[in-house]
Design a protein around this ligand. Structure first.
Ligand SMILES: [Zn+2]
Length: 446
């Protein structure tokens, strides 16, 4: 071996073998994401990017460990948003024109400040996103980690409206659908997204023979399919056709027991996105959170002025859909609880970034509160937002719960979220891959 090679080998070996920094977060209460009772006065031991143990607080920390006293604080895993949209929102406008790496990074950092550690982008990405996803997983792009459905499937002349300037596949026939799925599959998206809705009769719906083929071909390519859905009738047909996830709540009718049983049997995941419906109607009046800095810091410039304007309030009040949207909110809570109780995989999703009122980070905590209003306990809601989201992302061997061997991706809270779910908002720090990366949303404007 030539000397230079030998020296290089030594360097490489040293790099691999150099002991990773050990950090101990001590005297803290841990909510690990599994749903069990919080563990009080323990120590979380981190080596490099991973958790190496959870011990009694008084266990002697390893020599050279950095020891951080977190007396009185709480730790939970980072939140997983199983339905979001990156890069489109800027100011009060949501458009493909805003889609850039810079804008995506801005959104990922905002998610992170609010304790959201991963996001599944549901069908509004362009092909650049695959490169960004790789960089995100390698830690080269900061903030929440990207998972993506790539370019989703819409309807010619239908959803998503052309004015949004989002580059979808819009197959008109089963043959076109098959070709488009094959093209998409070559990029290895994490899931396939389709929109079939007519949006209150405003648009043509996707033909059932088209979405049946999208599902069939995606499965041939070993890809799962998530569908935008509103109506129970569509949900039934999609589940019959083998869809893998409903990416919104069923909101027009209670889900019958037979469909609940079919979803459970076929392992269909359910992503409620209940905050989306709340944000549609909440600004007809001033909601309780309107002047909370935690909310206002999450808004893009101009959005607060928009939603508090007399004109905006009137437009919500006068919208003929508003009464149905309000009714939909109680229906979807019942449906979510029913599916959760039946053991269907429910993951937290919000659709944040799809409109200016669905603010990154704020929406995910609002969704946690709505899960509790639907009848889940705070600990169950946290599990939906963490462990179950990681399962939906197929990332359970990386994060989602706090246990030995998984990444130390966690949120430090000042108040106990198991006592009151609103306390997930009391973020004092966010840790990603074993390092503190944020002091929480309150630090955003300091
Ligand atoms: Zn969406």
């Amino acid at each position: 071996m030539r000397f230079s090679n030998y020296a290089l080998l030594c360097l490489l070996l040293y790099g691999v073998m150099a002991p990773a920094q050990v950090t101990v977060l001590r005297h803290v209460t841990i909510i690990d994401g599994n749903g069990g009772a919080p563990r009080h006065n323990v120590a979380l031991v981190i080596k490099g990017e991973k958790i190496t143990g959870i011990t009694a607080a008084e266990v002697e920390p390893p020599k050279d460990a950095i020891v951080i006293d977190l007396s009185g604080k709480f730790i939970m895993p980072e939140i997983v948003n199983s339905h979001g949209h990156l890069g489109l929102l800027k100011g009060t406008k949501v458009s493909g024109e805003n889609y850039s790496k810079e804008n995506v990074e801005r959104h990922l950092l905002q998610y992170q400040d609010y304790g959201v550690g991963a996001v599944m982008v549901m069908g509004t990405d362009r092909d650049q996103a695959y490169e960004w996803r790789a960089e995100s997983h390698e830690g080269k792009i900061p903030g929440a980690t990207i998972y993506t459905a790539g370019r989703g499937f819409g309807v010619p002349g239908g959803l998503l409206p052309a004015a949004m300037n989002v580059d979808l596949y819009r197959p008109n026939t089963p043959d076109e659908a098959r070709k488009d799925v094959d093209e998409l599959a070559a990029h290895h998206p994490d899931i396939v997204k389709l929109w079939l809705d007519d949006f209150w009769g405003q648009f043509p719906k996707m033909k059932p023979e088209v979405y049946a083929v999208i599902i069939e071909e995606a499965h041939k390519q070993h890809l799962r399919v998530a569908a935008h859905v509103y109506h129970e009738e569509d949900a039934q047909r999609l589940v019959d056709d083998g869809v893998d996830a409903l990416a919104h709540s069923v909101r027009d009718a209670e889900i019958p027991d037979s469909l609940v049983a079919e979803m459970k049997k076929k392992n269909v995941a359910y992503i409620g996105t209940m905050s989306l419906d709340e944000f549609l109607t909440a600004y007809a009046d001033d909601p309780a959170w309107l002047n909370d800095p935690y909310f206002r810091d999450a808004l893009e410039p101009g959005v607060y002025e928009m939603i508090t304007s007399a004109q905006y309030k009137k437009s919500v009040q006068d919208d003929k859909k508003t009464p149905a949207e309000i009714a939909a909110q109680s229906i979807e809570r019942k449906n979510l609880k029913k599916l959760f109780d039946a053991g269907v995989l429910v993951a937290l999703g919000t659709d944040s970034g799809a409109t200016p009122t669905r603010a990154f980070g704020f929406a995910e905590h609002q969704e946690l509160q709505l899960l509790v209003q639907a009848g889940l306990t705070p600990l169950q809601a946290i599990t939906v937002a963490t462990k179950d989201g990681a399962e939906f992302l197929h990332a359970s061997d990386e994060f989602g719960v706090l246990r030995r061997g998984l990444k130390a991706n966690l949120v430090v809270l000042d108040k106990d979220p198991s006592a009151d779910i609103r306390n997930t908002e009391s973020i004092s720090a966010v840790w990603k891959d074993g390092k503190k990366v944020s002091d929480g949303p309150h630090a955003r404007n300091e």
